[in-house]
Design a protein around this ligand. Sequence first.
Ligand code: 13P
Length: 256
Amino acid sequence: MINRKKIIAGNWKMNKTQAEARALVEDLIREIGKFDEAEIVLCPPFTALSAVSELLSPVPNIRLGAQNMHEAASGAYTGEISATMLRELYVRYVIIGHSERRQYFHEDNATVNRKTKAALAAELRPIVCVGETLPERESDKWKSVLETQLREGLAGFGDKELADIIIAYEPVWAIGTGKTATPAQAEETHQWIRKVLATHFSAAVAERIRIQYGGSVKTENAKELLSMPDIDGALVGGASLDARGFTAIIKNACLK
Ligand code: 13P
């Protein structure tokens, strides 16, 4: 069986001022120490990227990510941020198509596709989010919803592109609700995602790609979720805002 290094990312969403971000990162650096059994990524808001980047520059085991980017290289897009601007701050990862972006900012699969393409061109590693709503889960439409999100979101890419992408499966009904997919439910879905990828790309690259789970991941449920064979990490929202809690997720979930 292929050994996929786990990747745990903290999506801070619209939380933490620069001063608060600095305090959190200082605590995280202390708590996490030299731990490198997992890839660790912090995704602060744009306004804190620079401060967090400075603090992380001497820390090789914690990487920087952004929560969004615009697909154009530059231009008249008031309020937007380009991949080049992120690269200048040593950002390595970027979350694309989070369900909150889809819901509140009308991003669709075509937007996700264009942003992912732009991120790859700038050598950022996209964390492409997919996930179904509660009615879609309950009416058993989740398979076709995820299939469409993957097919359209990754349209035009080949194995070479896919190898640099991370998929985050975040059931919309589990985000910020305290409701988590059961480990068996999440595993079944991750297996389905890998199977869909294997039909559009080579089986080898589908086997190598990492698929994170996201949605109410906490210290108490992380180990069980991440011990499933196809769950290769976590995209953590609320619980990543606390240094002790986030560190416990990383360490408990990733120590054999
Ligand atoms: P919560 O962990 O707060 O449910 O958020 C999940 C999420 O949306 C991460 O991107």
